[in-house]
Design a protein. Structure first.
Length: 442
């Protein structure tokens, strides 16, 4: 066996060069944006060998970066044996084509959007998630299709037999038609799934269960917080976009009320518009929430920019009017002075460490307080034959006191507006509470 050397089957990471252009139009500096791009590339399995930057007033129409910078890029690609060049901004199809021609094969030229789409393709787990990613990928690819059979175009110029059918061009049109047909099929399937999700969401609405959605920048610790709150085992890893598919878990508050907590896809700056469009049915879970917990990595120096990026996407999907509580996570990674500075910017925030469990009880108390903010205290007499309603009283209300009398369950409960309207026909006057029962609590 000494003659044979075992061969490693581990995948070899692609060597990547990152390219960024400072246009002076973003709150993020070019260096900060490229640092995030490097994390995205590493999440996708690449090894970043260098970064290249240029300051421009506007992108160069032909190659996005200047002619001299393109020549510099080509020399770095050869000397560093790079496999892929990743641009921090979206390239037009013609810019990508021109750069591929200049840099030469087999080096790939991609942009930030293509990189994010590739990560999403790897991390999508559910059927709906895969459909959403595929739709976004096809929408991205459609304008970038080039004739796979373009070598046949040369035959058209020679004339004679077989030259009168425009093989290259017709094949490209066939490719485009197939992609458009697939896009239409995916949209119909996603619309069907969205209608089903709408029915499920309405059922949850009708059930009166209070719904909490976790949102935040990617890698802020949303999945870790979901696991900490509900005792579940959702996939957690220190990488960008570890979670794509929404995960909902039930949670029983100390007061006896049952709520649901939903983990959602993380946001990022320069999130491709096509991804927001494709994932609207998933993000509908956020729009349907009663309370949004905006989870922030308090140890991240760019947290304020990240919060703005998240709020921008929330506004884009119409979820910016929902009651929101800021949660400063990872407090175990900062010192007291940094924490004080963060609390000065967000005085109403909850400070926690989802990994260590610090501050979680305080967060649960805050959730219970928010859930009870529109509650009504009332006394009801539920007849014994209304067994389902009795169950709802115990599951969806905070039962302050109860007793079983001859006619049914006599209870004083704290109920939300939807449950209060359901119990209104069974309301009775409680001598101890008087008119106070009908008054919403502050």
């Amino acid at each position: 066996m000494g003659r044979f050397k075992p061969l490693s089957t581990a995948p070899v990471p692609e060597r990547a060069i990152l390219v960024g252009v400072d246009l002076g139009r973003s709150d993020w500096s070019c260096e900060e944006s490229l640092a995030e791009l490097a994390r995205l590339a590493e999440t996708d399995g690449a090894e970043v060998v260098m970064t290249l930057t240029q300051r421009l007033d506007a992108p160069v129409p032909k190659t996005f970066i200047g002619k001299g910078k393109v020549e510099e890029l080509c020399s770095y690609v050869r000397s560093l044996e790079a496999d892929v060049v990743i641009f921090d901004d979206e390239l037009t199809p013609s810019q990508q084509s021109n750069l591929e021609r200049i840099v030469g094969e087999p080096v790939k030229i991609i942009d930030r959007t293509a990189l994010i789409l590739d990560i999403f393709g790897v991390h999508a787990r559910t059927h709906e998630g895969r459909l959403q990613v595929q739709l976004a990928q096809l929408q991205y690819v459609l304008p970038r299709l080039r004739g796979m059979w373009s070598h046949l175009v040369g035959e058209q110029t020679r004339g004679g037999i077989g030259s009168r059918f425009g093989q290259g061009e017709s094949q490209l049109e066939v490719d485009r038609r197939l992609v458009r047909a697939r896009i239409s099929t995916l949209r119909r399937e996603l619309e069907r799934l969205e209608r089903r999700r709408g029915v499920q969401s309405k059922a949850r609405w009708d059930s009166g269960v209070y719904r909490v959605a976790l949102v935040g920048y990617t890698n802020a610790g949303k999945s870790t917080l979901l696991n900490r709150l509900t005792g579940s085992d959702v996939y957690v890893r220190d990488e960008l976009f570890a979670t794509l598919d929404p995960t909902t878990r039930a949670l029983d508050l100390d007061e006896g009320r049952k709520i649901t907590v939903t983990d959602t896809v993380g946001f990022i700056q320069k999130l491709p518009t096509m991804l927001v469009e494709s994932f609207k049915s998933t993000l509908a879970e956020v729009r349907a929430a009663d309370l949004v917990l905006l989870v922030v990595d308090v140890s991240d120096p760019h947290r304020e920019l990240e919060i703005e990026a998240v709020r921008s996407v929330l506004a884009e999907i119409g979820a910016d009017k929902i009651r929101c509580v800021t949660v400063l996570n990872k407090c175990d990674l900062v010192d007291a002075e940094q924490l004080r500075a963060a609390l000065l910017e967000h005085p109403d925030a909850q400070v926690i460490s989802a990994r260590e469990g610090t501050g979680v009880r305080g967060l649960l108390y805050r959730i219970a307080k928010e859930a009870a903010s529109d509650s009504v205290t009332m006394s009801v007499l539920v007849p014994y034959e209304k067994g389902l309603l009795m169950k709802m009283v115990h599951e969806r209300c905070q039962v302050m006191r109860e007793s079983y009398v001859q006619d049914g369950l006599l209870a004083t409960v704290k109920a939300d507006a939807r449950m209060a309207s359901t119990l209104e026909p069974y309301r009775v006057e409680d001598e101890g509470d008087g008119e106070r029962d009908a008054t919403p609590e502050a």
